[in-house]
Design a protein around this ligand. Structure first.
Ligand code: PEP
Ligand code: MG
Length: 867
């Protein structure tokens, strides 16, 4: 097992091109007479400290300098070759003997032109002249590689300890891919990547593909969450993954699925807002503060400041022998608490929370964070203080990236900082300050743990000076339905002090906080809150009833789910059934396909949860953006147009066979609906029906499930009549239908805004489907359009019989449909379908619905409210 927790990383003292020491044109350096190391051909004009330490030697001629670290490692920095002859000309020293420096501090400035004229070369060796008890790892830097000042250059580890990469032996495998995660490589997927490396026992590194100028990009080991996140990888980045170990290929398969599968949008962030309030064309009133909506809603209550101090810990330590084990023990206790919290959250079905605890656990074990704390312990700090400083430094680094996603992770670091310090503090835990129920809690930042703790006091809302809409705190607030504004700015805390006890308005619909509202404003907001409450109560109560439009059309509102767990949720919110169970979720995140019994158990549990309501289970939909690690499909130039969905059965009949047998094993069969994805012609459906019949007869079954097809490609929509002759039902997958109709990749962020289901071409194909199926079989919609505030009424007007949406949206969609006069909207169709583009349809539809009061004007309501 590797242990790099006490490693010492040396940073590049200057931007430059890497020169291996053996290639330096000077026999003293090249022959390693002074020690091992590396050299840089500088591109900058200032040398910086490669690590913390003390300056123990400075050449009189300023061209060389020796640093000694607290761990007694000595480093020589030699500016250029034969520079002694310059007698200090062109070099300005910035430190002297005895000065203590921190990594990155400037050491000397130089005039590169002057040095180049007088010296034989500017190549600057960094040599480890003394390192008893330490071992230098082979450099990961290639000759000629360009590094930025401060990039990690060399790593020393205690002799006798193996590095993560060294401890992994076996074959080396490499994979290139494009990151699909909408929020980039943030803490949760980084934690999962680390888990994949561990589960497969491989050393896994990740690197951004070289830029077009050929410059090498930094790489990070999957062991270090900080290093992974510091790569700052965003959606669409091309990556290279390297794995070493016997299971290298399997690890890469799993990592590829993780990094190329877009995340589910559970508790997804509200759409980004530039400056709230401004976007609505409203000026800020006096004393009002503008913020970003992290969790929508409205609240009225007294502002209560939350400023808990960090647990008190001794600044100075009793030496490494005492403090290092104390730190390790504290880390182990926190890790145990996080494991327990994760397990409890999973038991309670709080997946978002469980994922956050898992990510914190992985981050806690980050070798880079440990190394940074250990280094401070060696410098004389107490364990708690060392941890505090190490995490302060990491937080500062994340904030300095200027990347909002990384900065949003600072609250998670603060959480780990506080938890570990609390373990190392002798002082009694301060406990939660007095937070009255119904208060608006005001804080600079909140950590996820603090949010969980304060949520128990039932605050009416949260107002944060910092934070972002994608932070874990935002996710938790949304999951708990607590209105929350973030990024309110430093004026926030002054606002609390300025209006103690007064009831303020938190308007997380319009993105503003009104600390001292007038009585009239309070009354207006109280009325809005009451109206929202009535609407929500009514929607919840009515969710169990049918959705019948004003003109008497009954539309089934079902749920899209990923498995049995969500089926229970669907039943709880009043879904009329399941319109799409994506069975591929059962096949993901495992090393081999689930066997017949496992599949049957999951399908049966979903049916049981719905208690007799219809359940549509889609057969495995794999290919293009959805891949299985154990089912490698041949690489083809255009996988979205390749063998995927129902086309897969010709090459992998055993997968279909097992799945059909598992499905035929459930009871009662008359509530089961089997649906085939990516069907393009009736023959595909016919062949599966034949197989289904054969197995059912072989099993001696009297009942048969219904068999239907998805309409996801234009050919299926245009040939709906022939499909409907074979099918018991059709369901339109508007996500794929939109992509294939408009020839716009659903994965391409550059096209997201234009790949709109309301494009008249897509609407005409939906109309063709409904017309083709008329009188033969019912038609549903299970793509995202079914829960779009504008598209849902239009789909019903087009004649679809069923909408299948995220479970949480069932009540709201039913409420929208009950306000709709479908026949009146249908009368608008001829005009809507001849418009030029989706934008025109949206505008016209929005105006019509607002006039007809079928749905609120979408420019003034939040996504969650709309549907
Ligand atoms: C669709 O394409 O609309 C659909 C529901 O299938 P998926 O999103 O799973 O491809
Ligand atoms: Mg699809």
């Amino acid at each position: 097992m590797s242990d790099s927790s006490q490693s010492l990383t040396l940073l590049a003292p200057v931007a430059g091109l890497v020169v291996p020491l053996a290639a330096v044109p000077d026999p003293v350096f090249a022959g390693l007479a002074l020690g091992e190391g590396i050299a840089l051909d500088p591109l900058g004009e200032c040398l910086h400290a490669p690590c913390d330490g003390e300056v123990v030697q400075c050449a009189r001629t300023h061209h060389a300098l020796t640093l000694k670290t607290d761990a007694e490692v000595e480093l020589l920095l030699h500016l250029g070759l034969d520079t002694v002859a310059l007698q200090g000309q062109g070099i300005e020293p910035l430190v002297g003997v005895g000065d203590r420096v921190r990594a990155g501090d400037p050491l000397c400035r130089f005039d590169a032109d002057a040095l180049a004229r007088g010296a034989s070369a500017l190549i600057t060796p960094l040599v480890i002249t003394e390192a008893a008890g330490w071992r230098l790892l082979p450099s990961a830097r290639a000759e000629g590689e360009r590094v930025a000042c401060g990039d990690p250059l060399l790593v020393l580890i205690p002799a006798g300890v193996e590095s993560a990469e060294e401890s992994a032996t076996g074959p080396l495998a490499e994979r290139c891919l494009t990151l699909a995660l909408a929020a980039g490589l943030h803490a949760r997927p980084a934690a999962r990547l680390r888990a994949i490396a561990r589960e497969h026992g491989v050393g896994l590194t990740l690197q951004q593909e070289p830029a077009t100028d050929g410059a090498e990009s930094p790489s990070a080991s999957a062991e270090s969450l900080s290093a992974l996140m510091n790569l700052g990888l965003t959606q669409g980045t091309a990556l290279r993954l390297t794995a070493r170990g016997d299971n290298a290929e399997a690890a890469l398969d799993a990592a590829e699925v993780l990094l190329t599968t877009p995340e589910a949008e559970e508790h997804a962030a509200p759409p980004p807002q530039a400056v709230p309030g401004e976007a609505l064309g409203e000026a800020l009133g006096e004393g009002e503060l503008a913020g970003l909506v992290a969790s929508p809603g409205l609240a009225l209550g007294p502002l209560v400041a939350y400023r808990p101090p960090l647990p008190a810990v001794p600044h100075d330590g009793a030496g490494e022998a005492v403090e290092a084990p104390r730190l390790n023990a504290a880390l182990a206790r926190v890790a145990e608490a996080l494991d327990a919290a994760e397990a409890q959250a999973r038991r309670q079905g709080q997946e978002a929370e469980a994922e956050i605890f898992a990510a914190h656990g992985a981050w806690l074990a980050d070798p880079d964070l440990l190394a940074a704390a250990q280094e401070r312990i060696r410098a004389g700090r107490g364990a708690g203080q060392a941890w505090r400083e190490a995490l302060d430094a990491e937080a500062a680094r994340l904030e300095a990236t200027g990347n909002a996603l990384l900065a949003a992770r600072v609250a998670d670091l603060r959480d780990l900082q506080r938890r570990v310090m609390a373990e190392l503090s002798d002082a009694a835990e301060p406990g939660l300050p007095d937070i009255p129920e119904g208060a608006l809690l005001v804080a600079e930042e909140l950590t996820p743990s603090e949010l969980v703790a304060v949520a128990a006091r039932r605050p009416a809302g949260l107002c944060l000076a910092g934070g972002g809409t994608t932070s874990h705190v935002a996710i938790l607030a949304r999951a708990r339905g607590i209105p929350c504004l973030v990024a309110l700015g430093p004026a926030l805390l002054a606002a609390v002090d300025g209006s103690p006890g007064e009831r303020a308005i938190l308007d997380a619909e319009r993105g503003r906080l009104v600390p001292a509202p007038s009585e009239a404003q309070r009354a207006e907001v109280a009325e809005r809150i009451e109206a929202r409450r009535r609407e929500a109560d009514a929607a919840r109560a009515a969710a169990f009833g049918p959705a019948i439009t004003r003109d008497g059309r009954e539309v089934e509102v079902c749920a899209n789910i990923g498995g049995a767990e969500e089926a229970r949720l669907a039943a709880e919110v009043g879904a009329d059934g399941v319109g799409l169970l994506r069975s591929e979720f059962l096949f993901l995140a495992r090393d081999s396909a689930p066997d017949e019994a496992t599949q049957r158990g999951e399908y049966q549990a979903a049916l049981d949860a719905l208690g007799g309501k219809p359940v549509i289970i889609r057969t495995l939909d794999i290919g293009a953006d959805k891949q299985l690690p154990y089912l490698r499909l041949p690489a083809v130039p255009n996988p979205a147009l390749g063998v995927r969905g129902a086309r897969l059965w010709a090459s992998h009949p055993e997968l279909l066979e097992t799945q059909l047998r598992a499905l035929l094993g459930v009871t009662p069969l008359d509530t089961l609906h089997i649906m085939l994805p990516m069907v393009s012609e009736a023959g595909e459906l016919r062949r599966v029906r034949e197989r289904l019949e054969a197995i059912a007869s072989e099993l001696g079954l009297a009942a048969r499930p219904r068999l239907g097809a998805m309409i996801e490609v234009p050919s299926a929509a245009l040939c709906a009549a022939s499909l409907a002759a074979e099918a018991d039902f059709l369901s339109i997958g508007t996500n794929d239908l939109t992509q294939y109709t408009l020839a716009m990749d659903r994965e391409d962020p550059a096209l997201t805004a234009r790949a709109d289901v309301l494009h008249p071409a897509v609407l005409r194909l939906i109309q063709a489907t409904v017309d083709g199926a008329a009188g033969r079989c019912p038609v549903g919609v299970c793509g995202a359009a079914a829960s779009d505030a504008l598209a849902a009424p239009l789909l019903v007007a087009l004649g679809v019989d069923e909408l299948s949406v995220e479970p949480a949206r069932v009540p709201a969609v039913k409420a929208v449909l009950r306000r709709l006069d479908a026949a009146a909207l249908a009368a608008e169709l001829p005009e809507l379908l001849t418009l030029d583009d989706a934008t025109a349809v949206r505008e016209r539809l929005n105006a019509w619905l607002a006039r007809a009061d079928a749905t609120p004007d979408t420019t003034t309501t939040t996504t969650l409210e709309r549907c």
